[in-house]
Design a protein. Structure first.
Lengths: 138, 341
């Protein structure tokens, strides 16, 4: 009997933990900076944390045009199919994150810093905050 | 014989002396190894001397703490703090040292845990009473812990879509525009998107350290970015390699007459070309021809037209008057009335 009740208790605790973990990952709970982009095209699948791109940090240093015109970043979260090979070859993030203009790719955890399981999104975007119609772009 | 005797004496002496010399005190180990994380709370490590951090962990027993320290935890504690050469005894000594720094709080936590066990065992009521007095003292001490937990726990009701789940305290917080000041511009480890267990997260710049001197606004990052450039508080590069490249600014206002009662929209090319290149908007998002673009608030809210940026990075649609800024020409309004005569 004791073992049974212990088992039950531990299952209950586990359930609560899992639930709280799920709640924690819930994007709407987050208080991240307006415009922070989470990119999780491949990260979760590769066992890495998703990438968090802080727009505010970059716009203090560069005008929008530098990335969105010169480097060809589309205005769409997760729409650029960025991967590490492209970055190492100097495309996308790699155009600056090469140890020359900004720190280079070996600092994995500075970009791959999101909570595992966070979906691709523009944090706090109007679209995210609306009751979202199916098929709407994020 | 003599030489070998000497050698054996020396060896014996060394063997005897080694444990004395090599055994570092818990404090030494803490200073050399553990303090990297446990002084500042890096990656969520319980901090030296912080009762709130240690109490819940100590409640699980010293053996469990030893275990965590020796083998590491999934939360981020590396086995032996990443120094695999440390003898187990020294790791344990360091744990003891850190526990010693929070003796009172740990005792309190034990006192809290034990009455529950004892009730189950049905011990003598006298002892139970004696124990019950202790937790009262205790409750005041772990108070700092809930403060740390609050940011994580409080926003939970915000997420709920069903109005029934919104607690009375959060009655207004479903609206992102009413985010309380305490939840704005949080540092990365607390913002809910970054993983606090990741060491890199703690190396990232907290937004407020950059926003301090910048002009304020009421939405988005709470920074008026256009003003920030206008007042030369920031000078972001226009070319990634050339810090001296100047933007090609085009000063042309486009007025869009709006149906309904809202003021007409004035679109300033100037502020946009400070940041952007023509090709960012034309021709993909906006056909560069008067009257060729059907824009509605609905499409903007769904992330099209102006909404490609406004509502994602540029100021959101809550700032109506930033765009709807030109009073309608009143001279036109009486005209139909005059015609009716």
């Amino acid at each position: 009997m004791k073992i049974l009740s212990k088992l039950r208790a531990s299952i209950a605790v586990a359930a609560v933990l899992i639930l709280s973990a799920v709640m924690f990952v819930d994007i709407n709970d987050a208080q991240a900076e307006y415009g922070d982009v989470v990119i999780n095209n491949y990260s979760d699948g590769a066992g890495m944390r998703p990438v968090v791109f802080p727009h505010w940090f970059h716009r203090v240093r560069f005008r929008c045009k530098v990335c969105h015109a010169d480097l060809g970043f589309k205005f769409q979260a997760g729409g650029n199919e960025i991967n590490m090979v492209k970055i190492i070859d100097g495309q996308f993030c790699g155009a600056c994150h090469n140890g020359d203009i900004a720190w280079s790719v070996e600092n994995c955890n500075l970009c791959h810093s999101g909570k595992p399981g966070t979906p691709t999104q523009v944090h706090e975007s109007t679209v995210q905050k609306l009751a979202q119609p199916s098929g709407a772009k994020k | 014989m003599k030489i070998s005797n000497r050698i054996s004496v020396i060896v014996a002496g060394l063997v005897l002396a080694l444990p004395v010399f090599a055994q570092q005190s818990g404090k030494d180990v803490y200073t050399k190894v553990c303090s990297t994380c446990h002084a500042t709370g890096l990656a969520g490590a319980p901090r030296l001397g912080n009762g709130g951090d240690w109490a819940p962990r100590a409640a699980r027993g010293v053996a469990s703490l030893y275990q965590s320290a020796l083998t590491g935890t999934p939360k981020g504690m590396p086995a032996k703090g990443g120094h695999m050469t440390l003898p187990d005894a020294e790791v344990k000594a360091a744990v003891d040292y850190m526990l010693g720094s929070v003796k009172d709080a740990v005792k309190a936590a034990k006192a809290e845990a034990e009455p529950k066990k004892e009730e189950a065992k049905k011990e003598e009521p006298k002892k139970a009473e004696a124990r019950k007095e202790e937790p009262k003292k205790v409750e005041a001490k772990p108070a700092p812990a809930p403060v740390a937990a609050a940011p994580a726990a409080a926003p939970a009701p915000v997420a709920s879509v069903a109005p029934t789940e919104v607690s009375a305290g959060d009655i207004n917080s479903f609206n992102r525009l009413l985010k309380p000041a305490s939840k704005r511009n949080l540092p990365p480890p607390e913002d809910g998107i970054h993983d606090p267990a990741n060491d890199g997260t703690h190396a990232l710049q907290p937004p407020l350290t950059a926003f301090g001197a910048l002009p304020k606004s009421n939405a988005g990052n709470r920074v008026n970015w256009v003003e920030a450039i206008g007042q030369k508080k920031i000078n972001p590069r226009y070319d990634r390699n050339d810090p001296k490249a100047e933007p090609i600014v085009m000063d042309l206002n486009i007025v869009r007459e709006v149906k309904g009662s809202m003021p007409d929209v004035v679109y300033p090319h100037k502020q946009h070309t400070e940041w952007l290149d023509c090709s960012n908007c034309h021709p993909a998002i906006f056909v560069p021809q008067k009257g060729a673009n059907a824009i509605s608030m609905a499409s903007i809210l769904l992330g099209e037209k102006c909404g490609v940026c406004h509502g994602k990075v540029a100021f959101p649609v809550s700032e109506c008057r930033n765009c709807h800024s030109k009073k309608k020409d009143i001279a036109k309004a009486p005209a139909p009335a005059a015609a009716a005569k």
